[in-house]
Write a protein that binds this ligand. Structure first.
Ligand SMILES: Cc1cc2nc3c(=O)[nH]c(=O)nc-3n(C[C@H](O)[C@H](O)[C@H](O)COP(=O)(O)OP(=O)(O)OC[C@H]3O[C@@H](n4cnc5c(N)ncnc54)[C@H](O)[C@@H]3O)c2cc1C
Length: 671
């Protein structure tokens, strides 16, 4: 069975240590029991018992210390990480979270040249320590350029002043990897702070949960060279590269949550007898379970495939930078869909206080929003669109990467820029292999139409500034990548194509042109397809390179290592910054000078009215098109086709939309 079975954790690829670790973790939760797990969840008590268990079994020490930094049995092994994250999600997101923010906190440490701190971290892990990642601030959200954690020179070192917000484990971490900037040079910096220090003021837990998601303030906190983890460009890269590692785990938390919720829901529905038959005898309930199951299997297949790219990554092969945000964004939003479907099937049961489902329904919503929202991650992946569709690279076939080994590259990822240059293997070859499946054929035709649209009719200037438009296109792109990458085996393809092919049907035929008889080999790259790069790469009015996302608003000052924030004046000056790759446009210019030009354009009518008209039409179609899978339009469409003679199947999707409980809405707007 592809889904997690806590009673059967033996896997041929795992070494003894991994299997034993997973079995011990499951045994801890099973011994605690569902009643106490749920009781603790609602009592919102700190999970000291879990941390004690983790210390005793050296859980974090073994899983979160790269080879060579600690004990001989320690390694950072993504294959192991996937299984562990899935188990923690299965038993409760709170347990996953305390481990996850430790992963994030350790990122800048393991990437640091500061050997003494690495040593300190390894010792703390052996001692059962947890860690924290101090990036976010209350007023700035995703805009981490604007950090107000400031280090002012003081003798041989500095005094740090500023507040951090939403910092998990900030109450009890052995080390908080804290992001800020130097007051004098404006360079970014990552430094280690200690919650036990008297100048570290813990203010509050900003959430009502078992997790401690802290607000804290550093007041004249002394920082010496010994606490510095990274400076300048390296500090920025460490932030982004850490999130690259961490955000992958969010998909696995979703998979674990959905798996547990599926088991609980189907057990309930099958045992509930209405009108003399189990609820699972009703065809619409069966459909919802099948739909939920297929989506969940697809989530897992995609996340597994993404782990291969993470483990095989190198300076030459950076394809993981597309698959990571896809796991973060697409797998987690599919997780929401799964829970919605299950909830519709079990109805009132999902509210009860003694079900796992009650917490799953709440916690599943968190994952698309943390570590960069869905929007932020789509804004990131659209940078790959041009090469993905029009400039594939040659790569040898990549097999499953499940062997026990340390993933060295993850802590040596190098610069976070150059996303637009990354090439991908040709998705069309994969779709062609499966074209005998009718739904795949339909899907391939739709992909080809989208590709033709990109190649022949790039958007006008107004549309280029429209982030909503960008997100709509990005959602369609995400669907292509998702379908391409989880289709590794014919079996998986056959079992899951129904879901996405049906989902994508709503945007079929909305693009220009007629359907091609051989859909996978139509639109050739033309000079006009460069528009895709411009469309999705360079002209967004907001920076899409936050939290992992390519070039920043940096200015290079006196040397290559002196990377710092750009001043407002530099933002408006095209001359002070290096050139960006694709459009020959100075990097960062889009933020200042481009924005001014944009304001100027807004005063004038659109300069390409005929294209604008057609593209607006495409935009409208696209907006409708990309939504179904995310917004419940799919269910509505299906609902219209489903007859309900008994009147039993009052369709819940409409209710969800009416009361807004679906959580996400198309393109960020309430319908
Ligand atoms: C429970 C919890 C735990 C957390 N733990 C940590 C932690 O341990 N450490 C830490 O550093 N942070 C942590 N965070 C912060 C978390 O990572 C951010 O909340 C998250 O990245 C989203 O930021 P925001 O909520 O401030 O949204 P905002 O940045 O305020 O965004 C507002 C809106 O603008 C959109 N938007 C912003 N930028 C872009 C863009 N570039 N492109 C397109 N749309 C954009 C967003 O999608 C959103 O719709 C935590 C948050 C929570 C709720």
């Amino acid at each position: 069975m592809i889904l997690l079975d806590p009673k059967d954790l033996e896997r041929p690829e795992n070494d003894e240590g991994t299997t034993a670790l997973m079995q011990a973790t499951v045994a801890f939760f099973e011994a605690k029991g569902k009643e106490r797990l749920i009781g603790d969840y609602y009592a919102r008590g700190w999970y000291a018992d879990f941390l004690e268990y983790a210390k005793e079994h050296r859980l974090l020490a073994r899983m979160c210390t790269p080879s060579g930094e600690g004990a001989a049995d320690a390694r950072w092994d993504t294959w192991q990480v996937c299984q562990f994250a899935e188990i923690l999600g299965f038993y409760g997101l709170q347990y996953w979270y305390t481990w996850q923010v430790s992963v994030l906190g350790l990122g800048p440490i393991w990437m640091s040249p500061n050997k003494a701190i690495r040593q300190r971290a390894a010792e703390a892990l052996e001692d059962g320590g947890i860690f924290a990642f101090g990036l976010s601030e209350k007023t700035h959200g995703a805009d981490i350029y604007s950090t107000d954690m400031v280090l002012t020179p003081d003798g041989d070192g500095w005094k740090a002043n500023g507040r951090k917000y939403y910092i998990g484990n900030g109450n009890a971490a052995a080390i908080v990897s804290t992001f800020g900037r130097f007051a004098d040079s404006d360079e970014y910096v990552f430094f280690a702070s200690d919650p036990k220090h008297e100048c570290y003021h813990l203010i509050q837990n900003v959430v009502a949960s078992q997790n401690y998601v802290s607000e804290f303030e550093l007041k004249d906190y002394p920082v010496s060279e010994a606490e510095i983890l990274h400076r300048g460009r390296d500090a920025w890269n460490a932030a982004l590269n850490t999130v690259n590692i961490g955000k992958y785990n969010l998909g696995w938390a979703s998979i674990g949550i959905c798996t547990h919720a599926l088991y609980e829901a189907i057990a309930h529905a099958n045992n509930r007898v209405l009108y003399g038959s189990p609820v699972t005898d009703m065809t619409h309930v069966r459909r919802m379970f099948v739909d939920a199951y297929c989506r969940l299997v697809a989530m897992k297949l995609f996340a597994l495939r993404a782990s291969d790219y993470m483990r095989a990554a190198s300076r030459e092969d950076r394809r993981y930078l597309l698959y990571n945000p896809m796991v973060k964004m697409k797998v987690t939003t599919q997780g929401e869909e799964v829970i919605d479907l299950l909830w519709d099937a079990i109805a009132a049961k999902g509210f009860e206080k003694d079900t796992y489902f009650g917490q799953a329904a709440v916690d599943i919503r968190a994952l698309p929003k943390l570590e960069g929202t869905v929007h932020v991650n789509i804004a990131l992946i659209v940078k790959f669109m041009a090469n993905y569709f029009f400039n594939p690279g040659d790569y040898p076939e990549l097999g499953q990467q499940s062997e026990p080994r340390n993933d060295d590259f993850l802590f040596d990822q190098g610069g976070a820029g150059g996303l637009g240059q990354i090439q991908f293997h040709d998705y069309r070859k994969t779709l062609e292999r499966f074209e005998k499946i009718a739904n795949v054929k339909v899907f391939a035709e739709q992909v080809e139409q989208f590709r033709t649209l990109l190649a022949t009719d790039p958007p006008g200037p107004e549309q280029m500034k429209d982030v909503d438009f960008l997100l709509a296109g990005g959602n369609i792109f995400a669907l292509v990548v998702y379908a391409h990458s989880f289709s590794r085996t014919r079996r998986s393809m056959a079992s899951t194509t129904t879901c996405w092919a049906r989902s994508s049907t709503s945007w079929s035929g909305t693009c220009h042109g007629t359907r091609s008889p051989s859909p996978c080999r139509r639109a050739r790259p033309t000079s006009r397809s460069r528009g895709v790069g411009t469309w999705f790469g360079g002209r967004s009015p907001i920076p899409s390179d936050t939290l992992g996302y390519g070039r920043s608003r940096y200015a290079r000052s006196t040397g290559p290592t002196r990377w710092r924030r750009r001043t407002d004046r530099e933002d408006r000056s095209p001359s002070a910054v290096p050139c960006s790759s694709r459009a020959g446009r100075p990097a960062g210019q889009q933020v200042g000078a481009e924005a001014e030009r944009g304001r100027d354009r807004r005063r004038r009518p659109a300069d390409r009215p005929e294209r604008h008209g057609r593209c607006q039409q495409a935009h409208d179609h696209t907006r409708r098109a990309c939504c179904p899978i995310a917004s419940g339009h799919l269910e509505e469409g299906v609902a219209e086709r489903v007859s309900s003679p008994s009147g039993l199947s009052r369709w819940p999707a409409a209710d969800r939309r009416r009361n807004g409980s679906a959580g996400r809405v198309p393109n960020g707007r309430r319908p």
